[in-house]
Design a protein around this ligand. Structure first.
Ligand SMILES: C[S@@+](CC[C@H](N)C(=O)[O-])C[C@H]1O[C@@H](n2cnc3c(N)ncnc32)[C@H](O)[C@@H]1O
Length: 244
């Protein structure tokens, strides 16, 4: 396995032997970000994304996701504010922070994990809600109902770091082309540079135009961001706009 950060597969220890693992504790800034067999963007990325574009994704909507969507639909007619989505929101820390920063918007955090959502620490903000749902069918529900977004946050989705797991990444998933139909501004954050590069390449194929850059968070927006930052890792973000 390669270290993404150091690019070294093997490490020389104090005893002079070359081993697969470090023989001393590594300082935080040289610890590997994650373990992957990829050294660059996935070679089949373009082919896979184009295939997903020409074969629209369909999957029966899970009951909990349909229920969550109905909950939002009930609220929308009396809540004529711009809609912001925080997909993969985890404990909803970012959802609450985005709501505080956008008091004129309704912010919806989506995560499939009840366990994570139950750990949410409520803030004073009244303009957000957290829903347990699968994000991909939830996106499709929004598109089919003609609901568009002011903006969409994808903060530290699971990286699925093995090459063979590419189709489980957001941009390798069959539902990926749905993203561009949601409209609005889009921001993805990750601690894995290759993931950010792939995301930028893939979004370009579905009509979302933007750029990737490393950044320093003023205040961490999520627990994962806090963890990666504390470990001295470089953080990456893609910022773009859907052209619908
Ligand atoms: C790495 S965590 C990041 C959580 C949060 N954004 C943060 O930065 O702290 C990824 C989250 O995505 C959620 N998740 C993964 N796949 C999902 C899916 N298909 N639909 C909804 N949530 C999903 C997991 O439950 C988990 O909370």
């Amino acid at each position: 396995m390669l270290s993404v950060l150091t690019g070294q597969a093997r490490v020389a220890g104090y005893d002079g032997k070359v081993t697969d693992a470090p023989q001393t504790d590594q300082p935080a800034h040289t610890a590997p970000v994650l373990s992957t067999d990829q050294v660059g963007p996935h070679p089949d990325l373009t082919e896979i994304v184009q295939h997903h574009q020409s074969h629209p994704w369909r999957k029966p909507c899970p009951t909990h996701t349909r229920d969550a969507f109905e909950q939002l639909l009930k609220r929308l007619p009396r809540d004529n504010r711009p809609l912001i989505l925080d997909s993969f929101c985890g404990t909803g820390m970012s959802t609450a922070l985005i709501a505080e920063a956008h008091p004129d918007a309704l912010v919806v955090g989506i995560d499939q994990s009840t366990h994570r959502l139950e750990k949410h620490q409520a803030t004073g903000a009244q303009n957000y809600l957290l829903l347990r749902a699968e994000v991909e069918p939830f996106w499709l529900c929004l598109v089919e109902a003609g609901v568009t977004l002011h903006s969409h946050w994808l903060l530290y989705p699971n990286p699925w770091p093995k090459t063979s797991q590419f189709k489980r990444r957001v941009h390798g998933h069959g539902a990926f082309p749905v993203l561009s139909r949601l409209g609005g501004a889009l921001e993805l954050r990750t601690n894995w540079e290759i993931y950010a590069q792939e995301f930028a390449q893939a979004t370009g194929l579905i009509g979302i135009h933007g750029q990737t850059a490393s950044f320093t968070p003023n205040t961490p927006m999520t627990l994962f961001e806090q963890k990666y930052w504390d470990r001295g890792q470089t953080l990456w973000r893609f910022r773009g706009k859907c052209v619908v």
